[in-house]
Ligand binder design. Structure first.
Ligand SMILES: [Zn+2]
Length: 129
């Protein structure tokens, strides 16, 4: 956070150059954390299937299964987004520019989540549909 003080000269955070090296490291550590998590989930699911099926009602078991599936799906999607962002941070000269309007995505936003592909206004437009 010591960066903030140097910023008065450039006149705005949105033009702050992206630190690709830093973003890359962030992505790699997130990827590692996610892989560890998904490995844990995998073993847990197998144990649950074997020990709890007898006591749970069918509906509950189905619900558990659905939840596990949904979590696995989200995990997968997050890993994919991270891999994609890793490729882009290395090779894409447009990394950090909004997919929709081409304006730079705020560096702060990318620092929070480097897999973001559009700026705040476009993202909220997308979410509204
Ligand atoms: Zn945009």
């Amino acid at each position: 956070m010591p960066y903030r003080q140097h910023n008065s000269r450039s006149g705005g955070i949105s033009r702050m150059p992206i630190d690709r090296h830093q973003i890359r490291n962030l992505l790699l550590s997130r990827r590692e954390a996610l892989s560890r998590e998904s490995a844990l989930n995998g073993t847990e699911t197998i144990e649950l299937d074997q020990t709890r099926v007898g006591r749970l009602s069918r509906a509950e078991a189905m619900q558990d299964h659905q939840m596990a599936l949904e979590m696995a799906r989200r995990h997968e999607a997050m890993l994919e987004a991270i891999d994609e962002a890793l490729d882009r941070v290395d090779e894409d000269p447009h990394f950090g520019l909004c997919d929709d309007c081409g304006e730079p995505i705020a560096a702060e936003r990318l620092a929070l989540d480097p897999t973001q592909r559009c700026c705040v206004p476009c993202q909220s437009a997308r979410e509204r549909g």
